[in-house]
Design a protein around this ligand. Structure first.
Ligand code: FCB
Length: 468
């Protein structure tokens, strides 16, 4: 069966999206910029983590990445050719405020200044993310996200970037995926800084929330014109693996730890009681101080949702036991099975994106959503001229955009879809082997070649806007 037949894209649904529905693409600083030691930039935790033997597939690093720092004007011209109306990028904290405190680095800020101007010159809306995982190493040495002070450092950094770009940039996202920074980075040890402690991970989540809230307040107070303030979370659904009470409880725990931990404090003003109890069973408490929850609940204008896949939850281990050696309940995330998978073995589940968006509409009403990332790694096979006929990725994107359109028609207030990613790039612990780009990057020559999926997105955007 061809990939196209596997996911019949609902072209009619997509065509009914409103003309002002945002269609664009996303990247992040460390994944594309390179130039890690240029113009005053200091190392981030990812520069350090890439040097840990075995941390990154093939020993890859972001030292050169897509060399976007030097090729930015061509890359923006390419976005314009592809008809993107929005470009989501992130600012590298150690580039604009080396070491994470003190004055701005004029050369670092000048790069983003040029980027924003280039985007606006091409009629592309800049969608700026302040933090996509590249914490200055000095702040890590001072305690990193498990330390409360990092939240205050982030608010200062946010104000410094806003001071320079706030006259032209309207769309400000504080953080990308606190779950990954906190849990992959501090509990599972697979992302920088490579920690393995639940208590650190939980403290990191809280301080990331606080960083978001303090920064949101600062930007709101300092803005001389209306801003669209957002935070982006990685979300999915957690279904019980079976109907057994143990699996249903495991799904509840997974939902508390992986979903409500992130949305409740921001959109409902507090942490869920069942999460607090689950953490207490592990001897862990969320380090909340007076006033934190009010800061964290500073109103936002848009919720950014990154969606890739969903998991099932099982309450038993491989041997059928419902408790671990310390007597604590088992929660295991499992694939659903029987579904097509991407190059990373992530299951392709567009229907869950519809469910997820409808759940947000139901449980957190009144929050406009933009899908700020969605996409797929596949083993692209370029022809002799570097062209990639990525029908699998095209089918993936089209099925997910249709899933968004379906959610909208059922009442979810979703206002845009940004594909991950504009370019093949440094895919964190997977290095360069996993390619998510709409545009192929030949890393030896830095040649960019739009894939079939890029042309599909361009044609789709034209149809939606009515300019086809
Ligand atoms: C998300 C990240 C993004 C990219 C995609 C594949 O979790 O935000 O940087 O790595 O996954």
């Amino acid at each position: 069966m061809s990939a196209d037949a596997r996911f019949p894209a609902d072209d009619a649904l997509i065509a009914r999206l409103p003309p002002d529905f945002r269609i664009g693409a996303a990247t992040s600083a460390y994944q594309i910029e390179g130039a890690v030691a240029e113009d005053g930039r200091t190392p981030s935790i990812w520069d350090t983590f890439c040097r840990v033997p075995g941390a990154i597939d093939n020993g890859d690093t972001g030292d050169t990445a897509c060399d976007h720092y030097h090729r930015m004007p061509e890359d923006v011209a390419l976005m314009a050719d592809l008809g993107l109306d929005t470009y989501r990028f992130s600012v590298s904290w150690p580039r604009v405020q080396p070491g994470g405190r003190g004055p701005a680095n004029p050369k670092g800020l000048a790069f983003y200044d040029r980027l924003v101007d280039a985007l606006l010159d091409h009629g592309i809306t800049p969608w700026l993310t302040l933090y996509h995982w590249d914490l200055p190493q000095e702040l890590q040495d001072a305690g990193g996200w498990p330390a409360r002070d990092t939240a205050h450092r982030f608010a200062d950094y946010a104000a410094l970037v806003h001071d320079r770009l706030g006259d032209r940039v309207t769309h400000w996202t504080t953080l990308n995926e606190p779950f990954c920074s906190a849990v992959l980075g501090h509990v599972e040890g697979v992302h920088a800084p490579g920690g393995r402690s639940l208590a650190d991970g939980v403290a990191a989540v809280h301080h990331l929330h606080l960083a978001h809230g303090l920064a949101a307040r600062r930007l709101r107070a300092e803005a001389r014109r209306p801003l669209d303030l957002a935070v982006t979370h990685l979300l999915g659904t957690s279904a019980p693996a079976t109907d057994s009470p143990a699996d249903r409880e495991a799904a509840r725990r997974a939902d508390a730890f992986g979903f409500r931990f992130y949305l409740d404090p921001i959109l409902r003003g507090g942490y869920p009681d069942d999460l607090i109890a689950d953490l207490a069973a592990h001897g862990v408490e969320i380090p909340v101080h007076d006033g934190d929850l009010a800061a964290i609940a500073t109103p936002i204008d848009t919720l950014g949702v990154n969606y890739y896949r969903s998991m099932r939850s099982s309450g038993t281990d491989q041997h059928g036991s419902t408790t671990d050696a310390q007597g604590r309940p088992v929660t295991r995330n499992l694939p659903h099975g029987g579904l097509p998978v991407t190059g990373l073995d992530w299951e392709v589940m567009p229907h869950d994106l519809t469910d997820l968006l409808l759940r947000i509409a139901r449980d957190y009403p009144g929050t406009p959503v933009v899908v700020t990332e969605n996409g797929a790694a596949y083993d692209d096979v370029p022809d002799a001229r570097g062209r990639v006929d990525d029908r699998d990725r095209t089918a993936y994107l089209s099925a997910h955009l249709a899933a968004v359109a379906r959610a909208r028609e059922a009442g979810a207030d979703v206002r845009g879809y940004l594909a991950w990613s504009l370019l093949d790039n440094f895919e964190w612990a997977y290095g360069y082997a996993q390619r998510f780009g709409l545009v192929r990057v030949d890393y030896a020559t830095q040649t960019r070649t739009p894939k079939r999926s890029a042309h599909w997105l361009r044609d789709t955007a034209r149809r939606v806007r009515g300019t086809a």
